[in-house]
Design a protein around this ligand. Structure first.
Ligand code: ADP
Length: 874
């Protein structure tokens, strides 16, 4: 045997590499190329530099092909993998080419049966595969041709069929095209509709957004409390400031459940109401519902609300939220409760008052309340009137003005009062009764200040009116008698006598008065002799005596004062008695007293004082100043006598004189006119004797008229019926007019105007004219015939002065201050022949007093008199 040559490893690899069979050996799982044949390198398109690299690094283009995975599987499992005609994509000559291979991956194991390398053998079978492919394609082509042929035949057959149906189709096409047109049109319409819808949807969406915004705006700005609660959990979706205020919460509650945030509402049953609204879908409203709410400061307050819980529903009518609207009416309710209480008090006042009252509500005049006196005027029971309209109860009122007057109160809001109005009301039996009543309609206002009802007060004076009518009838009868009197001229003389008699009586009273004045004077003198005697006397007599000090305070009253006033001595000394003087006399008397104290001169006066029995007594007061031994003024000592009886006598006399004067006036006026007619007749029939007698009768009647007018003026004066109508006039001019009248009337004396300058004064021209006439008449009366009477009107110290000067008998000084007293006459020889009543100067004095002027007399016996008065110039 020949010796075997052992080849080295390199040699073996060299041999191996030059093999024509494409082979490669890989080791490890990374498939490191250990050895590769040229043939394999050729098929890879690589050179030997790939040896030692991993297969992945050498042939990266194989990455997404199955080979690496197969090799790794062989490595792991040891099981060989073969492939026949498998395409592989390889990078050859710079481009990726597809080649087909038969190959085998075989694991080579060592003695321990572990794989230590993989033998890869491969044969390029691209040409074979491509040939097979071409063959396959040819065959397919042939088969396709065959199929085409068969189809062609089939087509030819069906072509005919088609031609036939083509016509049908053409017809159908036409139909279709028309349908198509229609469809196109419809599509156009639909498109337009769609656009429109889209626009509307857009608009609606915007609208909704705006509404949402404005709803929130409205809620926030609404003047009432509003909240929206969403879902069954009643989530507070929104709540405006008012609602938060009512709740006593802040905006923090928004977005939270009302159950959690306002548990107090649950305690007051509000949650139950809300749940009801939710379930029923019906709104719920409450008015003036009281509830306790937090005041936001830890306390609680009662509030009253008017509220509505309204379900808000979606398109399907399902409630999604609840709208809470509430307005707080706490103030109104409190006001109403207060005014109801006041109204209740008012109504009970109406029902208990003894005057007939009713309250009529609204212009329908519904009787709300009518008290017992009202029901008796109406002759109805409460059941017959309450709740009914006044005109419904008394249909006869429809034609009478009262209901309209009541209604007018609702329009004007002003009370109406009707003095003594007749109204006819029927009793239930239909008989009409006339009532005379005073009505007053007063408005009753509600809280808004509108007239709600009218309070009718009725003072039924039916009886008083009946009495008055009776009186009027009696007066008419009296009038008739008076007229009859007019025809009885003869009675005039008798009345005249009576008048003279009363005059005498007056004179006597006057004397009595002077006598008592003198008596008082004497008494006063005696009193000052001794304090002790004075006191004894003072207490013993019925005369009221008081002693005052230099300051005018009274320091002593006698018992008579206590008896008269019913006041204790202490009371009189502390508080006096001036509050008891009659209000009409008080001012004058106090003024008289104060001026006398001031001037320390005696005074006399008359005034009324309230006696302990509650009636006024007339007092005649006389007071004179006292002086100490050294001549200093010590105060006043005053005495008063009760002259009530005399006063009453005087009043009766005055009333009598007034009545007689009244009664005389009418017949006297008739007599004057008869005498005038008779005088005219006598003149026309030239009966000068009768005419002369009639003229004298006329003059006498003129005198009588003046006298009677004088008496009437006195009585008017006393009953304050003389009214002064002031005008601005020239007193000088009035004096000239008076002079003209006097010269026409008087022929026995020479009357001259000495001076009559312009002097404008404010006063009652007629009454001042009467004063001048009176003074001229007196001058004529009390001065000898043929003597001179001088009149003048001058301005002195800015005042108008009128003087009437005569050359008559004159008046002695003692009478001068009394001349202007009522009924005062000088009772001296020479005066008695002159007729008069002593009222002329009294009237003059009163008229001038009412003009705030001054009147006086200057005279000396035997040297004539001057009477004058002063008025302010304006
Ligand atoms: P009658 O003149 O009616 O008596 P009067 O009131 O006019 O009343 O006058 C009151 C009294 O004053 C008169 O009674 C008279 O004594 C006196 N007397 C008035 N005027 C004069 C006068 N011019 N001269 C003198 N005495 C007069």
């Amino acid at each position: 045997m020949h010796q075997t040559q052992i080849l080295s490893c390199e040699q073996l690899l060299e041999v191996f590499s030059s093999s024509h069979i494409a082979t490669a050996i890989y080791t490890s799982e990374e498939l490191i190329i250990e050895a590769v044949t040229r043939e394999m390198l050729k098929s890879w398109g690589k050179d030997r530099s790939v040896v030692g690299q991993s297969l992945k690094a050498a042939l990266p283009e194989l990455e997404d092909q199955p080979f690496f995975a197969q090799l790794q599987s062989v490595w792991r499992t040891g099981a060989p993998i073969t492939g026949m005609g498998v395409p592989a994509q390889l990078l050859l000559d710079g481009e990726l080419q597809t080649r087909y291979y038969d190959y085998e991956y075989r694991a080579i194991r060592n003695v321990a049966n572990a794989v230590y390398c993989i033998l890869h053998t491969s044969t390029d079978v691209t040409d074979r595969e491509l040939g097979l492919e071409a063959q396959r394609r040819d065959q397919e082509k042939q088969e396709a041709l065959d199929r085409e042929q068969a189809l062609n035949e089939e087509l030819a057959a069906s072509n005919e069929e088609l031609a036939a149906s083509n016509e049908e189709i053409a017809a159908a096409m036409e139909e279709l095209s028309s349908i198509n047109e229609e469809l196109q049109q419809t599509q156009g319409t639909l498109q337009a509709l769609n656009n429109e819808l889209e626009a509307r949807v857009l608009e609606r969406t915007q609208e909704l957004a705006e509404r949402e915004a404005s709803l929130n705006y409205i809620i926030d700005g609404a003047p009432v409390a509003i909240a929206v609660l969403k879902g069954t959990t009643l989530l507070i979706r929104s709540a405006n400031e008012f609602m938060l205020k009512i709740w006593g919460r802040t905006t923090a509650v928004i977005g939270q459940s009302i159950y959690d945030e306002l548990p107090e509402l649950g305690e007051q049953g509000i949650f139950g109401l809300l749940e009801n609204v939710w379930q029923s879908g019906e709104a719920f409203s409450g008015s003036e519902v009281p509830s306790m709410m937090s005041d936001g400061a830890g306390g609680q307050r009662t509030i009253y609300t008017n509220f509505v819980f309204k379900p808000l529903k979606g398109d399907q009518g399902r409630t999604h939220s609840i709208l809470m609207v509430a307005s707080e009416v706490t103030q109104q309710v409190q006001h109403r409760l207060a005014s109801e209480a006041a109204r209740h008090r008012f109504q009970s006042m109406v029902t208990t008052t003894p005057v007939a009252m009713t309250i009529l509500k609204g212009k329908e005049l519904i009787v709300e309340i009518a008290n017992e006196p009202m029901l008796s005027v109406w002759r109805r029971t409460a059941d017959q009137v309450l709740g009914k309209g006044l005109v419904e109860i008394f249909p006869e009122l429809r034609d009478q003005p009262n209901p309209q007057r009541m209604r007018s109160v609702f329009d004007t809001g002003k009370p109406v009062s009707l003095p003594e109005t007749p109204v006819m009301l029927a009793s239930t039996d239909g008989v009409l009764h006339t009532h005379h009543a005073k009505f007053s309609y007063d408005p009753i206002f509600d809280q808004q200040g509108k007239v709600e009802s009218v309070l009718v007060t009725v003072i039924d004076i039916t009886e008083a009116v009946a009495n008055r009518k009776q009186l009027e009838r009696s007066q008419a009868a009296l009038q008739k008698t008076t007229n009859e009197l007019a025809t009885l001229n003869e009675e005039l003389a008798a009345a005249n006598e009576e008048m003279t008699a009363s005059n005498e009586e007056l004179v006597r009273v006057n004397e009595e008065l002077s006598a008592s004045a003198r008596q008082l004077q004497q008494l006063n003198d005696t009193l000052s002799e001794s304090e002790q005697r004075f006191r004894q006397m003072a207490e013993g007599s019925g005369i009221l005596i008081g002693v005052g000090n230099a300051a005018g305070d009274v320091t002593y009253f006698n018992q008579a004062w206590s008896r008269l006033t019913g006041r204790t001595m202490e009371h009189l000394l502390t508080w006096g008695w001036s509050d008891l003087i009659h209000p009409e006399d008080k001012e004058d008397y106090i003024r008289l007293y104060m001026t006398s104290v001031e001037n320390r001169v005696p005074y006399t006066g008359e005034y009324r004082i309230l006696s302990a029995t509650g009636v006024y007594r007339w007092l005649y007061a006389f007071a004179s100043p006292r002086f100490e031994a050294d001549g200093t003024f010590a105060g006043f000592i005053g005495s008063c006598i009760d002259i009530t009886d005399r006063k009453e006598d005087e009043q009766r006399k005055s009333a009598f004189i007034s009545m007689v004067s009244h009664e005389l006036k009418t017949p006297l006026t008739s007599t004057v006119s008869y005498v005038q007619v008779a005088q005219k007749k006598a003149l026309t029939s030239s009966d000068t004797l009768v005419a002369g007698m009639m003229e004298r009768a006329g003059k006498q009647l003129g005198k009588m008229t003046r006298m009677i007018n004088g008496f009437l003026n006195v009585s008017r004066l006393e009953s304050s019926q003389i009214l002064i109508n002031p005008v601005r006039f020239d007193l000088g001019e009035l004096l000239i007019e008076a002079h003209e009248e006097a010269t026409a009337r008087v022929s026995s004396h020479r009357i001259l105007v000495e001076q009559a300058g312009e002097a404008w004064v404010n006063g009652d021209r007629d009454k001042i004219g009467q004063v001048i006439d009176n003074l001229i008449s007196n001058a004529v009366k009390y001065s000898p015939a043929g003597s001179l009477i001088k009149l003048s009107c001058t301005l002195e110290n800015g005042q108008a002065v009128v003087r009437v000067q005569d050359q008559g008998m004159g008046i002695s000084a003692e009478h001068l201050p009394k001349l202007f007293e009522r009924y005062y006459r000088v009772n001296e020889p020479g005066y008695q022949q002159v007729a008069g009543f002593g009222i002329g100067l009294y009237l003059c004095g009163e008229i001038i007093k009412r003009h705030e002027g001054k009147i006086w007399a200057e005279s000396e016996p035997g040297k004539g008199s001057t009477f004058g008065f002063i008025l302010a110039v304006v």
